[in-house]
Design a protein around this ligand. Sequence first.
Ligand code: SAH
Ligand code: SF4
Length: 366
Amino acid sequence: MQALKKNLLGLTQDELEAFFLDLGYKKFRAKQLLQWMHQKYVVDFDLMSDLSMTLRNDLKSIASISLPEIISETLSNDGTVKWLFNSGVGQAIETVFIPEADRGTLCISSQVGCALDCSFCATGFQGFNRNLTSSEIIAQVCFANSLLPKRKNGLSAITNVVFMGMGEPLANYKNVLKALRILLSDNAYGLSRRRVTLSTSGIVPNLNSLGDDCNVSLAVSLHAPEDELRDNLVPINKMHPIAELLEACWAYAKKHSNRYITFEYVMLRDINDSVLQARKLAKLLKNKPAKVNLIPFNPFSESDYQCSSSEQIRRFQSKLRESGIIVTTRKTRGDDIDAACGQLAGKVNNKVLTRLSEKKRRAVVL
Ligand code: SAH
Ligand code: SF4
């Protein structure tokens, strides 16, 4: 039986250098290979013209550059594009590109499903199957970059990458960290830390590690100003309550010259959208490096929640502003193709977990 070939797509520069040294080649080959894969989107070793024939043949015999198969591509009326990628045995993950006048944001997935079971999220509702590999995470960027036309200035269509698709990135720490390093590497995507955002519901130990390992921009899914409510909306709060999470956030910001952290707050009618709750939220965040992004709730069929009215969202926003908090409201994009925040369901079969007991959640998350 043929041994499984090593997929080079998800390797960082350090790992590729070690790989080439091991094969008896110079380590600068790593830089060349990164540029072929991530800047020229060439995945066929035979087309890598600055690699010798011997090296190409060696690579072909032991390695591969594998991209997942695309199942569908859907275009929204507002220009948002959604891809469904095959992640094996009937599973699929989703990736979304959101074009705007001054930027293009790619929203990528980190897991097949999610174990954290937030009560308002379609991904959570689907249950959890497995973590994506670093190759599968970075393939979403490679693939989208190769398909999307360049911007007018000749640069890549993707200017920003956000980990806001399916899954909880900090529950797949090792692979997400590798993908982050590839996104930031000058020999790969060369994105600045400002333009890469990791969104988390608050796995505090890994958030602390991220602060030391790779200081990308941080978004935190807060959604409630008090523990009792947050326990219901974001069950991981029972393990890492608000005070512990915020302490980790301020430490994260401090490590990086007090860069602002974005707090995401999904607007759920009569659940978390009162003026009193706005006041409580402002108290938590006042005089801290924090800004708030209000997300109108995006409905999905299995959910009973409703989105707050536009008027209530405006009221909530004004209350935060009056208290000196920087606040924006996210424009919903791609909802006609179920590509908006929290609507990414992909296909999660063979679920390891659906609705979780506390014990099981601990086992999967940590
Ligand atoms: N697991 C990570 C990242 C993926 S979810 C996290 O929870 O942060 C990305 C964002 O979409 C999060 O802020 C999440 O709370 C929000 N979200 C989930 N379901 C939503 C829904 N139905 N409507 C609006 N936003 C939603
Ligand atoms: Fe998972 Fe994030 Fe959805 Fe919660 S909101 S279930 S953490 S993907």
